[in-house]
Design a protein around this ligand. Structure first.
Ligand code: UT7
Length: 333
């Protein structure tokens, strides 16, 4: 019998309406359109506004659109995984809340937190469920309301991030498409360079932690940058080599969108042309768990069945990894 593989069979997304421009950021902190564009490649990012709105509001919209697009009823879903670093609350899982909003009743659901590598780790995990032959319809939703953990008085971080959600459907196939290989790694000693100081069990929220602005992203940008370039490039080249893939037979690198310069360096190490790299950082910024599916969604019409894609990410933890994915469908099919 041929091997069961996990194929992405549909993708859809939700971006909140409000668009925060570099010019608006110039009014908020000591920065400039020129600095942001040249150092990061970002021009705009979407922000979820409105009291009482969280990650699940965006995730629910993305999943609802996904199921309608593929013509699937909520009752057919076996498993829903949400990757996020900005869950609605510490518990229950945002995946549980999204499932309830959608009316997914007979499935199990949980969150995965692997910072900016969350979507890749979750795709790898979900692929194993599908490959087991027990699960036929698995939804992954990458969603983050980064604006809820960003200090909009800190110019080093507030220009980088945006909000958004994107969802994919994974289904089994015996064709030679889908998730072909993956490499995942992590190194917790990287915590010192990228973390949130308070709000967890080590330092529960208190008046002092709020006053010290410790519930926001803390990032040592330069240190993270170096690790990101080296590790993303290493795993991307390794996954190419061990699968005998060369730059000529890769259709696209699908990189986590944290910084245009990181993306270009990784593409260069892989021997790729710029037109072989999916890039949308200029419009969305770093949406953490949504960056990679948002790229696939934006480029969906350009993808053909059998295209070789290398998905690659690096993030807090540190966590990083790469997936070799063969695209499973032609446009408008
Ligand atoms: O997605 C999770 C993983 N995260 C990443 O991959 C992010 C990795 N890091 C980066 O993308 C970059 O390091 C940043 C975009 C965060 C920063 O770029 P950089 O080229 O590494 O700049 P820097 O931190 O070395 O700062 C250079 C200068 C500093 O001024 P001085 O000390 O040279 O006078 C900063 O204070 O730029 C200054 N600066 C800014 N200036 C204007 C930092 N942020 C800003 C700003 N506007 N927003």
């Amino acid at each position: 019998m041929s091997k069961i593989r996990a194929a992405i069979t549909a993708i859809d997304s939700y971006l909140p309406n409000y668009i925060l421009t570099n010019h608006e950021l110039e009014q908020m902190v000591d920065t400039s359109e020129e600095w942001i564009t040249t150092r990061t490649g970002i021009k705009t990012r979407h922000i979820l506004k409105g009291t009482g709105k969280g990650t699940s509001d965006m995730g629910t919209k993305a999943v609802d659109r996904l199921l309608k697009k593929r013509g699937i009823k909520p009752g057919e879903v076996d498993l829903l995984l949400c990757c996020t670093v900005t869950p609605d609350m510490m518990f229950p899982a945002t995946a549980n809340i999204i499932s309830d909003n959608i009316g997914i009743k007979n499935a199990f659901s949980y969150d995965i937190n692997a910072a900016c590598s969350g979507f890749l780790y979750t795709l790898g995990t979900a692929a194993l469920f599908v490959e087991s032959g027990k699960y036929n319809k698995v939804v992954i939703v990458g969603a983050d309301k980064m604006s809820s953990i960003i200090d909009f008085t800190d110019r080093q971080t507030c220009v980088l991030f945006g909000d958004g959600a994107s969802a994919i459907l994974l289904e089994p196939t015996t064709e030679n498409v889908g998730v072909m290989d993956h490499i995942f790694q992590s190194d917790g000693s990287g915590k010192i360079h990228l973390h949130m100081k308070a709000g967890g069990s080590v330092k529960p929220p208190s008046h002092e932690t709020v006053e010290a602005r410790e519930h926001y992203v803390y990032q040592e940008g330069k240190a993270v940058y170096k690790f990101a370039v080296a590790n993303m490039a290493d795993v991307s080249v390794e996954i190419m080599k061990r699968n005998n893939l060369s730059s000529e037979n890769i259709s696209y690198l699908v990189p986590h969108q944290a910084n245009m310069r990181i993306i270009e360096s990784v593409g260069k190490r892989m021997g790729l042309d710029k037109k072989q790299i999916m890039i949308n950082i200029e419009r969305y910024g770093n949406t953490t768990n949504a960056t990679i599916p948002l790229c696939l969604w934006d480029y969906e019409k350009q993808l053909k069945k059998g295209d070789n894609l290398i998905l690659s990410a690096f993030g807090g933890g540190f966590t990083w990894g790469a997936i070799w994915l063969k695209w499973a469908y032609d446009p408008d099919v």
